[in-house]
Write a protein that binds this ligand. Sequence first.
Ligand code: MLT
Length: 261
Amino acid sequence: MQATVNGIKMMFTDEGQGMPLVFVHGFPLSRGAWQKQVEALKSSYRVIAPDLRGLGESEARVGTNTMTQLADDTHALLKQLNTGRIVLIGHSMGGYVALAFARQHPEMLRGLVLVGTKAGADSAEAAAGRRATAEKVKIEGSSVVVNPMAPKMLAASNSDQTMAQHVRGFMERSQPQGVIGALLGMAEREDSTPHLAQLKMPTLIIAGADDTIIPSGESEKLASAVNGARLEMIPNAGHLVAFEKADEFNRVLREWLKTIS
Ligand code: MLT
């Protein structure tokens, strides 16, 4: 489906009925990365998954896509869709967006799910690295990011080539302008750590135990900083845990959803 949100064309999935679950993808991914959640959960829930601006099939704009902007786009889309209160599920960069959303619109959240993500900001060195990568993407295109990242999305022990091709497909759709905007936005994102103790909504934290992009220790840190958070560590799973180990992921999500509905 398509909507004009904050002046850009946003593409999104909106299926099923019931308590709305909103899935926000990571970088440089697209809503396709949530397809196994959409399929499994749409018979019990309303499942919404946008492509963030510039990524997947959503329109790109020149400039920095701050986490606040991406959260605001998501909020504006949800207002158009009249969702009311939602459960927000963010993976990796989508988790940075979800934390920004939780700060800006806590009243909208029935629950928060943080997947393979972290609260801290980039170090000066990491931010400089992202800006340098953004410059390279301007010249050489999105493959500058996709080629090194794609092999790290799944656990090193996973030899499923078909799955690896699917993952690459979610990344290859990203337009260079969107990749650049997200890199610059992540480089300047604020540290969410001081806000974690203020989160009042039920929170579930899920990590792939073999994540090498955002190590699972970051999820342990999140779980100890958010009051009452539940932590679920999924074995033999890498960064894209929801796609790689969809059955386990969906089971822990469903069980937790029962506790909050
Ligand atoms: C992601 O998967 O969204 C990114 O790897 C997050 C990041 O680069 O910080």
